[in-house]
Design a protein around this ligand. Sequence first.
Ligand SMILES: [Zn+2]
Ligand SMILES: [Zn+2]
Length: 419
Amino acid sequence: MKPKYTSLRGVRDILPDELRNWRIIEDKARELFRRYNYREIETPIIEPAEMFVRTVGEESDIVRKEMYIFKDRGDRLVALRPEGTAPVVRAFLENNLYIPGRVAKFYYIGDMFRYDRPQAGRQREFHQIGIEALGESSYILDVEVIMLLLEFLEELGLADTILLLNSVGCPNCRPEYSKALREFFIPNSSELCEDCNVRLENNPLRILDCKVEGCKEIVAKAPSIIDYLCDDCRTHFENVRSVLDSLGIRYVLDTRLVRGLDYYTKTTFEVTVSGLDLSIGGGGRYDGLIKDLGGPDLPGIGFAIGMERLFNVLKDKNLLLKEEEVPDYFVIYDSTLVTKAIILSRLLRYKGFIVEMSYTAKSLKSQLKEADRSKAKKAIIMREDLLVDNKVILKDMTTGEQEEVGLDKLEVSLIGQRI
Ligand SMILES: [Zn+2]
Ligand SMILES: [Zn+2]
C-alpha cells in the first residue's frame, strides 16, 4: 500500500516482531542494572540547546553538524537531545538527587536525535540504553562500569566482544597534549580536511576522531596521549588496567579513542564485535561535567549502548527470538452465544492466555478459517447443543484433532498450563 505520507529520512517505524525483541533486550538491561543498584530515570526529549553546546563541545561534530535545533514559540533555542548524559546530570542537579557520600546511579532507555547521514546502524532518530554513576572518582567504579557493559552484552549472548580502552587525561595534562598535537598537525595542515583545520585552531583533540580518510592517515602518526598523562591520570589508568587484567577482562589499548564529546576525562572505552566497524556502545569518565552544569565539583562516569546497532548484531548472530507470538486460543461460537463467548475469552485472558475471538458471528466453518488465519494454537468451539451440558469442542489447530470437553474441566485443566 502506498500511503499519502511516508516517514522522514533517517527515522523509521519499529514493527511488532522487532519491538518484541527490543523489549526483551530492555528487560534484561533493567534487571541487570537493578542488580548493580542503578535506578531508571527519564528525561525530556527537548532540552536547552546551549546545554549541549557547552558540554558536548562547540567543535564536536554533534554540535557543529548534527544537532536538531530550533526556536520554539517562546523564542527559546531548543535541541532534541543528541545524547543522554548531560540531561541526566541536569536532572540530578535540578531535582537535588545528590546525597553526599553516596554514588548516585541512574540508567535510561530512550531515543536520541542526530542529523547524521543515514546508513547501516546510523539513524537520525536512534535509541540508547545508558547508565550514569555520579559522585565517585575511584578507578574501581570505572572497572565496575566496564564490567557491567560487558556483562550485559554477554547476557544477550554476545561473548566475542572487543573492548577498546584509553585515557583522555584531564584539564591538567590535556593542554600539554593539545599543544603537542597542534605542533604535530601544523606542518601537515594542508593535508587535513577543512573541518580539521578549524579544529586545529580550537580543539586539536577532535582531529583524532575525524572520519575523513586523509585525516585518519595523518592521525595514525600523531603523538599518543598516554605519553602526556599527569601522575594522577597515569596512576588512575594503570589501576583500571591492572584490575581488568586481574579479572581476566581483555582489552585493546586504543590511544586514538577520544570519543566524539568534549566532556570526557580519564578513562574512555568502546565495545565492538569482530567484523563490525562501528561500536555497539561506549563511554567514559566526565569528571568536570557536573561542575560545568552548575553543580558541585563531582566526578561521573557512564556508558551508552546503541540499540539499533546492538539489535543488528544480535540479528546477524541469530540471537533473537524469531517466532511470532500467536494466540493460545481462538474462540468460535454459535451466533446466539456472543455474550458467553466474550465471557469465556475474558476468563481465559484473565488466566494469562492470549485469546482471540471472532467478531462476526458467521458460520462455524468460516470462523474456523478465521482461527486458522490467526495462527492460533487451539480453537474453542462453543455450540448451543453442547453448551447446555456445559461442554465445548477443543480443537488443536496444528493436528486438527478435536474433542468434547466440559467447560469446568477445561478451565480447571488449563490452570497453570500454557499450551
Ligand atoms: Zn591528568
Ligand atoms: Zn579531518
